[in-house]
Design a binder for this molecule. Structure first.
Ligand SMILES: *Cc1c(COP(=O)(O)O)cnc(C)c1O
Length: 392
């Protein structure tokens, strides 16, 4: 047994999350812990809710972070909205859509899916046709930015089609929030969950959620109690919205919330429009660099998630070996493909604080070196020059 403190290695996080965490957020999390019923902590909770509303572009009263990873927020939306026998349509174009469908099934819902090739956006016409086929459903659920493939779906159009059919809309914004435009109220999204470790650039472990008035009414009229006590929003609301009369529910992760608060302040200081533009610019630079190396992207240009870039592994190159060299020799983490895309793609994240032109350049330079060592021919410097011409 070695009783020494753990010292994490210095990494540049360019995978599917977590992303790099800014020193300001780490410093905030290192501040002294106060009690979760302290009046000053209530002030922090109120500010977090207000900042989250600004980032989600919503006036939804019911907006708060769930104490748990994004999967906890995902489960919370499903188990609070659905009751046994409810009809649901889930759009599945990757791992996370598949999980939505499975969670809805476990909540006792009758689930049908709109299945899309992995690497493509959800086809709005396929959703329209499925809704016509199955008749009235309670909920349509989809993933805005499918992190497993790098495909971005048109949230606004999918929500419109669902509403035309009378259904409520649940949207996963774990990777999209603060990376690309997400407008909860304008698009009429009824329920939404996100995560802290993607474009919000916090450590993992919290899941911001928001619910419309319609979703709140549906939850208030439930026949069956929510099967999860911990994730029951009627109980959580008493904790997050009770003001001075706040009732104890669980002990909030105090220091993690300091971190979320700081990261939201940083995003709002920079401005959402600037944050989105930075992600777009870095993405365009990275793609220019990868293509200059002769690599090809796995998702069609109009359907790409700027903060999660799926690039095809060239013939004859050892997929896992390249990732290992990038990590061990260059301190850069990128992601592997999942499911049917395992071994076929790399996933290069440009999320939050990781989304900087200097990181694009560093990643491309390292990839050039590693690819060359793997026997793949590149002209050194060409990729970084192409990226710089686009992203600065
Ligand atoms: C990362 C991710 C999740 C799950 O987040 P965890 O924090 O790992 O629970 C869910 N949906 C999408 C789209 C994601 O990218």
């Amino acid at each position: 047994m070695t009783l020494t403190s753990f010292q994490p290695p210095k990494r540049l996080l360019m995978g599917p999350g977590p992303s790099d965490v800014h020193d300001r957020v780490l410093a905030a999390m290192g501040r002294t812990t106060i009690g979760h019923l302290d009046p000053e902590f209530i002030r922090l909770m109120d500010q977090i809710k207000a900042h989250l509303r600004a980032v989600f572009f919503t006036d939804n009263d019911l907006t708060m972070p769930i104490s748990g990873p994004a999967t906890a927020g995902q489960e919370a939306t499903i188990v609070n909205l659905l009751e046994p026998g409810d009809k649901v349509v889930v759009c599945v174009n990757g791992v996370f859509g598949g999980r939505l469908a499975e969670m809805a099934r476990r909540a006792g819902a009758e689930v049908t899916t709109v299945d899309q090739d992995w690497g493509r956006a959800v086809d709005p016409e396929a959703l329209r046709a499925e809704l016509k086929r199955v008749g009235p459903v309670k909920l349509v659920a989809f993933v805005h930015a499918e992190t497993s493939t790098g495909a971005l779906s048109d949230g606004e159009t999918l929500a419109k089609i669902a509403h035309e059919a009378g259904a409520m809309v649940l949207m996963d914004t774990v990777t999209s929030l603060a990376g690309v435009p997400v407008r909860i109220d304008d698009w009429g999204i009824d329920a939404c969950y996100s995560g802290t470790q993607k474009c919000l650039s916090c450590p993992p472990g919290l899941s911001p959620v928001t619910f419309s008035k319609r979703a709140q009414d549906v939850m208030n009229e439930r026949q069956a109690p929510v099967q999860s006590w911990f994730l029951d929003l009627s109980l959580l609301t008493g904790y997050w919205s009770g003001g001075a009369q706040r009732a104890y529910h669980h002990t909030a992760p105090v220091n993690a919330l300091y971190g979320l608060h700081e990261s939201l302040v940083m995003i709002l200081e920079e401005g959402l429009e600037s944050v989105w533009a930075r992600h777009r610019r870095c993405h365009e630079g990275l793609v220019a660099g990868l293509e200059a190396m002769g690599l090809t992207m796995a998702v069609p240009a109009a359907e790409r998630v700027p903060e999660l870039n799926a690039v095809r592994v060239p013939e004859g190159v050892d997929e896992a070996g390249v990732r290992r060299r990038l990590l061990e020799d260059h301190g850069i983490e990128i992601g592997a493909g999942l499911g049917p895309l395992a071994g076929k793609i790399w996933r290069i994240g440009l999320m939050g604080q990781s989304s900087r032109p200097e990181n694009v350049a560093r990643c491309l330079a390292a990839l050039e070196t590693v690819l060359q060592q793997s026997g793949y021919q590149v002209r050194p410097g060409e990729a970084t020059a192409a990226a710089e011409a686009v992203a600065g």
